[in-house]
Design a protein around this ligand. Sequence first.
Ligand code: F6R
Length: 247
Amino acid sequence: MRIIQVKDYPEMSRKAANIIAAQIILKPDAVLGLATGSTPIGTYQNLIDKYNQGELDFSEIRSANLDEYKGLSADNDQSYAYFMATNLFDHVNIKKEHTNIPNGLNENIEEECKRYDSVISTLGGVDLQLLGIGNNGHIGFNEPGDAFQTGTHCVKLTDDTIKANARFFETIDEVPKYAYTMGTGNIMSAKAILLIASGEAKAEAVYKSCFGPVTPEVPASILQLHSNVFIVADEAALSLCRTNNCI
Ligand code: F6R
């Protein structure tokens, strides 16, 4: 794991966007694994800026998102499909047919999970997977549990995650209870992984993921077993790593 320390959220966003931009320049038809949430918004904005400056071409880029709420349609403004459209896809020249997100409206869980796994394998796998991290160490919606799940699956969200995500909804009751997510196996199959983290609330998760035991109780800890992981994290997110003299 390579930990890149930065000062704050804006610097994290610039550095992460530079790494993704390098991938796009090196391989114009790369497959990007993409994440939603608060953390990547600045990264996507930096990518949009680079696109507007004529530095990036997304026309051959393909993408596969980590996850989607079950039960939300792509035009629901809380869906991850909507998030990706408004925070990145609508502002660059990526082709809509090159973008992939689990279908939250598919009620048939087995069918949807198989379909999404086959989408990823038809793409030839992910070249660079962008990840945020939950306060509890989750990646995608792989919540702390007894075992690492390999392929795409449907999860019941933990109370922690529902509470953390409630800020995007009018009331906590509106937060969906289930989501489709890539499994840790899908994530670990990416050729390179870029995890971004900002803020004190992530400090414990970052510390345990990077320096604790590899355990499904801290899903991101499995990244220690991947040979090509970059973590771009700010001072606050790295505060526990620093006080424990790990960095
Ligand atoms: C979103 C995702 C989640 C988030 C995580 C952190 O696609 O996969 O794992 O990355 O919940 O969310 P934020 O960035 O909002 O703190």
